[in-house]
Design a protein around this ligand. Structure first.
Ligand code: SF4
Length: 475
């Protein structure tokens, strides 16, 4: 069987909130459908488009912005570059005038309430996040394709599951943590160094380093923006943003004008336990408030959990003296390998495994990366990832109102703090005496995912989502 090959840029992707599986994935699927129409020379013949949303995409699609993402993808917008401030106006125009310009080239009539169909009671067998696009042509023919958004922004087309990515020769192929450890111990390479060697199969080292720093800049800007933006989150729950007020309180009289001087200002505040704890929470809240507001974020490895890794990385940069391109690159490369092991051995999709697959995985990634950057051995790195996930096992996904806000935003603070604790525990432990391996916890997470009731898998049919009375405005 072909092994899945996952690059650092598959695990970390620049996109738009609030959800990687419900926003970024469907956006990419819509772009792929447009590409298909172009390949078949059919774009100019399209008269009508119908979109069918199944399973979790139907149930929490509106709260997660699936409808918006799909329209933007069909419109030809790219999640990496599209101006997030133009999203509302673009969607409003499509709805108001009943016109959609496919890829900016082919104008068609589009009725939002009839052409976008939420099939709340239907699910397709391969994955709960499914979307079918149907294009009806002036020739009388129709072109239809189904896509699955399988978590973390990954998308597969029906009929091409697992076979669409070009295979390369990786010097250190890794399916499980035990294989990663084998390569590390037999070569003396750190986890991040194994990753950098493998990345050479796709591109030059310079390109990889540049790409990783670009992802860091997006994380950095998102954190900084979130720490300086107040108000309420969209969606109707009236959740107030908290990061900006917390930033203001913590920074006190220290002044700054940009990201670099902000770091210095934070450092001036000292290093008491409560002070650092508050800052880690502040960083995580900031990113996820941006995510909930359709802001630009880095999927890490999902959008709902996008705040954990930036928060721990920011903690490392500010409080552990990790502010260098080299250290940041090492952190992100190491984290990506752990995310990749969870994707191969279990899942990073909340619709498949609940929140353990999102916050749990991001916490494990951050714990491992921090441990390596703080000088831990390769065994301690894997141990940190194991500890972080062990204490997220069984975590359900039950977002209130289908919005990626409650419990999601605070949950990122928990994932970040647990990552730091897991890292410290591993650094203070002898991994030879550990009773639970990372592979065992990956396997346990997958078995737990299979046993988990579907109410707790991003459907908003159970848990907090049904126990907290809310009334959202009609969409
Ligand atoms: S509860 Fe967790 S998995 Fe579910 S949407 Fe929120 S962050 Fe994502």
């Amino acid at each position: 069987m072909q092994r899945e090959q996952i690059s650092v840029f598959d695990i970390f992707k620049i996109g738009v909130g609030p959800s990687s599986s419900h926003t970024l994935g469907p956006w990419r699927a819509a772009q792929q459908f447009i590409a298909t129409l172009r390949e078949k020379d059919a774009l100019a013949e399209v008269d009508q488009i119908k979109i069918l949303l199944y399973g979790s995409l139907a149930k929490t699609g509106v709260g997660h912005g699936t409808d918006i993402a799909i329209l933007l993808g069909l419109y030809g917008a790219d999640p990496v570059t599209f101006d997030v401030n133009a999203i509302d106006a673009t969607i409003e125009e499509i709805k108001t005038y009943g016109q959609l310009s496919l890829n900016g080239e082919q104008n068609i009539s589009f009725n939002y309430s009839e052409d976008l169909v939420f099939l709340f009671l239907e699910s397709l067998p391969f994955h709960p996040n499914a979307v079918t696009f149907q294009a009806f042509l002036s020739t009388g023919k129709a072109i239809s394709e189904t896509y699955y958004s399988i978590g973390g922004g990954f998308v597969v087309k029906e009929g091409e599951q697992g076979s669409d990515k070009e295979q390369v020769d990786l010097p250190f192929p890794v399916e499980k943590a035990s294989e990663l450890l084998h390569w590390c111990l037999s070569t003396g390479l750190k986890v991040s160094e194994v990753v950098m060697e493998n990345e050479l199969a796709w591109r030059s080292e310079i390109e990889t380093r540049k790409g990783i720093m670009q992802h860091f800049y997006v994380m950095r800007d998102c954190t900084y923006r979130g720490c300086h933006t107040s108000g309420f989150l969209p969606g109707g729950l009236n959740v107030g943003r908290r990061a900006a007020a917390l930033n203001k309180r913590l920074i006190g009289n220290n002044t700054y004008t940009n990201y670099e001087s902000w770091i210095e200002a934070i450092r001036h505040g000292g290093n008491s336990f409560n002070y650092i704890l508050d800052w880690v929470s502040c960083f995580a809240l900031a990113v996820n408030e941006e995510n909930a507001s359709f802001g630009r974020v880095v999927t890490a490895p999902t959008n709902g959990a996008a705040g954990v890794i930036p928060a721990v990385l920011q903690y490392y940069v500010v409080f552990c003296d990790g502010f260098s391109d080299e250290k940041i690159t090492q952190f992100i490369a190491c984290a990506s390998e752990i995310g990749s092991i969870f994707k191969k051995g279990a899942t990073i999709s909340a619709a498949m495994g609940g929140c353990q697959a999102e916050i749990g995985v991001s916490s494990a990634m951050a714990a491992a990366a921090l441990t390596e950057c703080l000088g831990g051995s390769q065994r301690q790195v894997l141990m940190a990832a194991e500890i972080a996930m062990e204490h997220h096992l069984g975590l359900t996904c039950d977002p209130i109102g289908g919005l990626v806000q409650i419990p999601c935003i605070e949950r990122n603070t928990m994932g970040a703090i647990k990552a730091i604790t897991a890292s410290q525990l591993a650094l203070q432990s002898n991994p030879d005496k550990a009773k639970v391996s990372l592979d065992a916890v990956v396997n346990t997470m997958w078995e737990t995912a299979l046993d988990m009731n579907s109410k707790y898998k991003e459907t908003s049919d159970g848990g907090l989502a049904t126990n907290i009375p809310i009334s959202l405005p009609e969409c």
